[in-house]
Design a protein around this ligand. Sequence first.
Ligand code: 13P
Ligand code: SF4
Length: 398
Amino acid sequence: MTTTTGAPRPAPLPLLVLGQGRDLESERGVECPGDLPAPSDPGLVERARAAKAALGERVFVLGHHYQRDEVIEFADVTGDSFKLAKEAAARPDAEYVVFCGVHFMAESADILTADGQTVVLPDLAAGCSMADMAAIDQVQECWEQLAEAGVAERTVPVTYMNSSAAIKAFTGRHGGTICTSSNARTALTWALDRAGEGGKVLFLPDQHLGRNTYARDLGRPLEDCVVWDPHRPMGGLTPEQLRDATMILWRGHCSVHGRFSVEAVEAARREIPDVKVIVHPECRHEVVALADEVGSTEKIIRTIAAAPAGTAWAVGTELNLVRRLAAQFPEQRIAFLEKNVCYCSTMNRIDLPHLVWALESLVEGRVVNTIAVDDETSRFARAALDQMLALPGETAKD
Ligand code: 13P
Ligand code: SF4
């Protein structure tokens, strides 16, 4: 493409600044379509209380553990993404489900709730960079290439909850399952069994959760894993590498958890007597391999709550949760594992002004920031989510 002067026109910038522009094909942000209350408004807490009281049973507010305290205060239920998906499905009477979390979680809630229910995400810019690392076109292209290599029919997709509805639907279409960090072990065991002798799992989009579950939880060899790079022909793999692999890991990661380091674990062990290191399975394998405990946000909370008073913990997950744990369990000695990691910026997009705006709009009869997945996508994504909910012995134990 050229400009009127004949000079080549620059390609559109692939990056979308949060809060500006609109990209419905991805998890990336859009602008707030209304007038937000000022963050400095001293009446915000009272306004949120009043709006929630006015809505009563008509509204149900879900809060992920990474949300700010000011938002968690108004959540009817808090949880990890697995628990929140189940809670959303279990509230058929709530007209509005206000999801304080990120976009893929709200999409899953919309898929799991009844037709007459509306899911609201207080800030549409609350996406997830990991979910954005697998676009549906890339995943479809990958599948076609697996078919050309003669391995697709023996491959079962396992997709982490942190993915767009379109990729969940792809998973449902191809007989796979969704998993969360709570049930990845059960999901992977199911998928390997289904793939059968010589079969494979395509694990999307978090390579670390896939690798950690396979190697640490199932005790299987790291050498069985290859990484599919969507930006390279044939994922950057040779036909032999593909043929020999059991786990095809999508090249995606969490930009927050990817920053926890081996050096930080070593420093914690050096500096904190008798410390126990507990990390989320989105951390890199080298970090997870050095940890004492690994688990979802729900498991991290449960483990710390159940430990004898005075236990020292270095916690490797999002900072809002770690700070809350330190406040909730003063009898424990809780440290943040890594000095170079900060909040999940997209989780933090949901703040009190956005929550107040969303709730007050509902009170006034205006439904804002609706998350609605189209019927066709929803049907197949639901199949993959239902498969997750039906996994053998399914519990949120880990
Ligand atoms: P959980 O399922 O453990 O809540 O994790 C979700 C998430 O986004 C972690 O980064
Ligand atoms: Fe996504 Fe990572 Fe934020 Fe979780 S912590 S929502 S995986 S960017």
